[in-house]
Design a protein around this ligand. Structure first.
Ligand code: SF4
Length: 470
């Protein structure tokens, strides 16, 4: 199976991201197929979310979900200690990794020590974040993505565009072309035929894999159980068929007990896909025990800090409540037009624009402009099932950013403040503004402003009289 690191023609990979965020955005905006695919996915999601609110009172459920997650983050050190003890009591191994390198080193070392040749993976944002596939492939292991969307992206040498629906930017014709290239044979054109083809190809791989690697949606501290939600059934195979199961989680994904887990596991699919339940919820409490018919011989839980610990107690602490449902992506007018790959980071959309600079550092070249990938309209905060005030965090992230946009905006606001502090200069700017609008106006509207105003009028007109006549 080929690595994702090779660039596909036209494909975007964040290991090999080129151009500025602005250039990537403009490239995405020129792709009419991408916008159409994203818009249809976003519309379907919005319709289903309305059903959830109407039939289940989803909006009320969010309040409890927010309270649970905030309490979890406040109690994080104690919950993680309890989780570790319980997993070990259940016969599993727990590893706390400070960063991506430490996590990859442990997993690669384990694979080598156990003579593993092939790894079956399920969808996991944490493994995307730590670039685990690259580390495993560099060590000579074959890695097979078994989530349908992830497998499609592996064939396309691309990275996910959405947390829950990774290949949503591709249509079925593009998927069929990828399957044909992979199998060198006939592949049906219809959706059912494509799914059946993928199932047949992936089943062969499950039988050969010696190690299964999954993510974790939630870990329950009271019992040492990891919960993994899915719709395809591949995670059941990844976590039970190979003789070793490695689960990788960000350190914030822990809840206290089953009562909390049950609520979050209900809210998650409602927010993510607009359905009241996921097809499968896998609950894994350690390796196979004596007398049990199936399950792995070894279970390893890798808990990654990766910059999260430093966020506790900071003005960004609420970002740790995220349950990675992807709702803020669908609700974001920016994401709906350019897709997740444009962000150049595993986490895209509003939550990606907030946490990527925090996890990678505000001055990292890939992340410094990301907080500006938002109109700050507040739709993301409204969509979030755990009440993260994303629009507020985006504004705070902008203030921290060393982006040239911050510097320019800073100077513009300083000048504005200087002019409007005095009556005379205030009146002069108003007179100048009105005069300018009249001069440039045609038929009551200004269609094109010069300088920094050009971008504003490229998508809207301005009344040439101020204040506008009613
Ligand atoms: S920030 Fe909220 S809406 Fe966005 S992925 Fe996280 S939980 Fe979902």
């Amino acid at each position: 199976m080929s690595s994702r690191r090779r660039r596909a023609p036209g494909g975007v990979t964040y290991d090999d991201v080129t151009g500025t965020l602005r250039e990537r955005t403009l490239t995405a905006l020129r792709d009419p197929g991408l916008a159409a695919n994203l818009r249809s996915a976003g519309t379907a999601w919005a319709e289903q979310r309305e059903v959830m609110d109407r039939d289940y009172g989803f909006n009320e459920m969010r309040d409890r979900a927010r309270d649970i997650r905030r309490a979890n983050i406040r109690a994080l050190p104690a919950l993680l200690t309890q989780l570790q003890h319980r997993v070990r009591e259940n016969g599993g191994t727990v590893v706390r990794a400070a960063d991506a390198a430490e996590a990859c080193r442990y997993i690669v070392g384990l694979a080598r020590a156990r003579g593993v040749g092939m790894v079956a993976k399920s969808k996991s944002m944490a493994t995307e974040e730590i670039k685990l596939n690259d580390a495993l492939e560099d060590a000579g292991l074959e890695v097979v993505e078994t989530d349908l969307g992830e497998w499609i992206l592996q064939l396309a040498h691309e990275h996910p565009t959405h947390i829950i629906a990774p290949a949503i930017h591709l249509n079925k014709e593009e998927v069929a072309a990828l399957f044909r290239a992979e199998s060198n044979g006939d592949v049906p054109d219809d959706r059912e035929g494509l799914v059946a083809h993928a199932r047949m190809r992936l089943r062969e791989k499950f039988a050969q894999a010696e190690m299964g690697i999954s993510g974790v949606n939630l870990a329950v501290a009271a019992t040492g159980t990891v919960c993994i939600v899915e719709n395809e059934g591949n995670i059941r195979l990844v976590t039970s068929q190979p003789r070793i199961h490695v689960a990788v989680m960000g350190m914030e994904r822990v809840v206290a007990d089953w009562d909390e887990a049950a609520h979050i596991l209900q809210v998650l699919p409602m927010a993510a896909i607009g359905y009241d339940a996921a097809n499968y919820v896998n609950l894994i409490s350690g390796p196979r025990r004596e007398g049990e018919a199936d399950g792995p011989e070894e279970f390893h839980l890798v808990i990654v800090d990766g910059g999260r610990g430093a966020l506790r107690g900071s003005e960004f602490e609420e970002a740790l409540s995220c349950i990675r449902c992807g709702a803020c992506l669908y609700s974001c007018p920016m994401w709906r037009n350019v897709g997740g790959q444009t962000y150049g980071s595993p986490y895209s959309g509003p939550i990606g624009a907030v946490i990527t600079p925090l996890l990678e550092g505000p001055s990292s070249p890939g992340s410094r402009d990301l907080p500006f990938m938002s109109s700050v309209c507040g739709a993301c905060g409204d969509a979030c099932p755990v009440g993260i005030p994303l629009q507020d965090l985006l504004v705070k992230a902008r203030a921290r950013s060393r982006s040239p946009a911050t510097t320019k905006a800073g100077w513009a606001f300083r000048l504005w403040s200087l002019l409007w502090r005095r009556g005379l200069t205030y009146r002069l700017t108003i007179v100048g503004w009105r005069l300018g609008l009249r001069i440039r106006g045609r038929g009551g509207w200004v269609h094109r402003l010069p300088g920094p105003g050009r971008a504003w009028t490229s998508v809207r007109d301005l009344p040439s009289r101020w204040p506008p006549r009613r």
